[in-house]
Ligand binder design. Structure first.
Ligand SMILES: [Zn+2]
Length: 225
């Protein structure tokens, strides 16, 4: 049957997004935390079964990586250490953020002289739905995000103050700063937009489990012409 062939070809393809991966990571971490507070083993089983069902709904079915992962989630009281070792086994399924060269980045920020480069060495591209980094000296933040099938660059001023509030991108309460962008709205008109977003964009990505917030954020700050 042709179905078998199809299954064979789909096998090694990357089938989940970085925000799916962040979502699964959060679900596993919540499960591990619940083991520390729930003493009743039947209750732990209920929590575990529902977490596994939620994760199975995200991962590709009939896939050896999925099957091995779910198998290792089944033992009671999985430790934090075991969870940390288990999660990266999903990375072959995750579509990573593109490894952009400095030339490609410069093209996204044409007007910026001497663009500070992101710290690629400390970034896990499997955990990035968008790329964001700070230029502390100039109090700037740079974002590269998918928009209508391509990547766009967004730059803005990052306020020096950090407060606890909801991030406009990941919709999580955390350490956010005011990010102010100036976009051209017409020939001579400019719009200034201020949004509180996570100061640490890598942390923001780890909290980003639904791309809707990012899409809405880009819609407000992108250049309108
Ligand atoms: Zn955030």
């Amino acid at each position: 049957m042709s179905g078998l062939n199809l299954k064979g070809t789909l096998f090694m393809e990357t089938t989940i997004t970085a925000y799916n991966y962040s979502d699964i990571t959060q679900k596993v971490n919540t499960l591990v935390s619940s083991y520390l507070s729930v003493n009743d083993s039947r209750m732990r089983r209920v929590i575990r079964d529902s977490t596994i069902a939620e994760i199975q709904a995200i991962l590709p079915a009939d896939n050896p990586i999925t099957e091995a992962f779910i198998e290792r989630l089944k033992p009671d009281r999985l430790t934090r250490k075991a969870a940390a070792a288990l999660l990266p086994t999903l990375e072959p399924l995750v579509e990573p953020f593109p490894d952009l060269t400095s030339k490609q980045l410069s093209k996204l920020f044409r007007k910026v002289k001497k663009l500070k480069q992101p710290e690629w060495a400390s970034v896990n591209r499997h955990q990035l739905t968008y790329l964001g980094w700070n230029d502390g000296g100039n109090q700037k933040k740079y974002l590269v995000a998918p928009y209508q099938g391509k990547l766009i660059g967004i730059q803005g001023d990052m306020g020096p103050k950090t407060v606890k509030n909801v991030c406009a991108i990941c919709h999580t309460i955390g350490n956010v700063s005011l990010f102010v962008t100036t976009t051209k709205a017409g020939l001579e008109t400019y719009t200034r937009n201020g949004n509180y977003i996570c100061r640490d964009s890598d942390q923001c990505n780890r909290q980003l489990t639904d791309p809707q917030g990012l899409a809405e954020f880009i819609e407000t700050v992108r250049s309108k012409r």
